[in-house]
Write a protein that binds this ligand. Structure first.
Ligand SMILES: [Zn+2]
Ligand SMILES: [Zn+2]
Length: 392
């Protein structure tokens, strides 16, 4: 069923690829949703990327689709009666390729680019600081990437080359006022540079922070060491910008915001429409579900460790269905387990022992620990346990 306040301007396929829709918010503000195709598929399929145009004065675009989709995005803008020159800026929700891959093409039109300042710092190369070996010529953004060399040397070189040429107008931490009624929140965890954009009291564009149907994967705090010299001295602790704890804090902040503003429409970057169905995203309820999901996964890991110490790979084999572990899925699954184990180490339930193994001490303090991560103030998305004291 099509929601009342949305008009389908161009029909896409069953997953929403190529779809163009227009939402009317209660104030009359229009928001276009433009769905561009993704590379991923199979069991970890995200569906297309939903990029949005907000019809403020001037209008602005959020996200640029994956690499190769920039031109399609421009064609979709034209269908909506817009040219890139009509836009005040394009804002990148976070530095994952399915959101900034099309940026190189869009930038050629002279469009101004806004993104979090960590994004601006991570798209640069730092030849003297990067890891040795195959990653040496790559920007800091991908030093941590767990994809194998066969993948990144084929798909990522041109993408990174394009990005590092770009001039970015940086957005800072916490809350940034971007214009009348327009606020950006820095809510890291899924990535260190994740932003959510609030449109008055009516809507919030959430990038990959909150998604319907699927649980966005968290980063690992261990990634901080690689980029600590690059992200800026403002970030002292891994948990300031990376890891499951930081992600959960971002979710808790969004939940509080959604509860305080009844009727706040959430716009997710994936699965707005998927397999013939519209998602009806209740942001407060969905953030609660996502936090529960992580609590349950921590519980499942503690149960698996009751039989003795295990590596992330062993836990992943035990926890995930075999089809989720095929190909690159195995690397994503292991990343997910490591990320949860970091939280379990912080909560005091698990210890990292030799040979990359984790050991449980039988306690289950994680649930209370996760509850304690709630922000202390609704005005500060950065406040929480790991920001006040070193978390590892
Ligand atoms: Zn992402
Ligand atoms: Zn995404």
């Amino acid at each position: 069923m099509i929601p009342e306040h949305v008009e389908v301007l161009r029909q896409g396929d069953d997953c929403g690829n190529g779809m163009l829709v227009r939402f009317r918010l209660p104030s009359g503000l229009a928001v276009y949703g433009l769905a561009t195709e993704n590379f991923y598929g199979g069991h970890w399929d995200l569906g297309p990327t939903w990029n949005y145009v907000v019809m403020t004065n001037p209008p602005f675009l959020v996200d640029a689709g994956r690499r190769g989709q920039g031109r399609k995005l421009i064609a979709m803008l034209e269908t909506a009666g817009l040219k890139p020159g009509d836009l005040g800026f394009v804002l990148i929700s976070h530095g994952h390729e399915d959101h900034d891959g099309g940026l190189g093409e869009l930038a050629k039109t002279g469009l101004k680019i806004r993104a979090h300042r960590i994004y601006q710092r991570l798209i640069q190369r730092y030849p003297a600081m990067g890891p040795n070996g195959a990653k040496q010529g790559f920007p800091a953004k991908c030093w941590h990437c767990f994809m194998p060399e066969s993948f990144f040397s084929e798909y990522c070189l041109d993408y990174h080359r394009e990005l590092q040429e770009l001039k970015i107008d940086p957005i800072g931490d916490g809350i940034s006022e971007l214009g009348e009624g327009l606020r950006a929140y820095h809510l890291p965890g899924h990535s260190p540079d994740s932003l959510a954009i609030q449109l008055g009291d009516e809507a919030i564009i959430m990038g990959d922070i909150v998604l319907p149907d699927i649980s966005p994967w968290p980063t690992r705090e261990a990634l901080f060491d690689e980029v600590a010299g690059v992200v800026g001295r403002e970030y002292e602790n891994p948990g300031d910008i990376f890891g499951l704890q930081r992600y959960i804090k971002s979710l808790l902040f969004l939940a509080g915001l959604a509860r305080s503003k009844a009727g706040l429409q959430g716009f997710p970057a994936h699965r707005l429409f998927y397999k013939g169905k519209w998602s009806n995203l209740d942001t407060a309820a969905r953030t609660g579900e996502l936090i529960d999901h992580h609590v349950q996964r921590c519980g499942a890991i503690v149960d698996i460790l009751a039989d003795g110490p295990r590596t992330a790979a062993e836990i992943a084999r035990n926890h995930f269905a075999p089809e989720l572990l095929k190909g690159f899925g195995r690397l994503m699954a292991e990343n997910e387990i490591d990320s949860h184990c970091e939280l379990l180490v912080a909560s005091g339930d698990v210890a990292a022992v030799g040979d990359h193994r984790y050991e449980s001490n039988g306690s289950t303090l994680f649930e209370n620990y996760i509850e304690s991560l709630s922000p202390h103030s609704r005005d500060d998305p950065g406040i929480g346990a790991a920001s006040r004291k070193p978390s590892m």
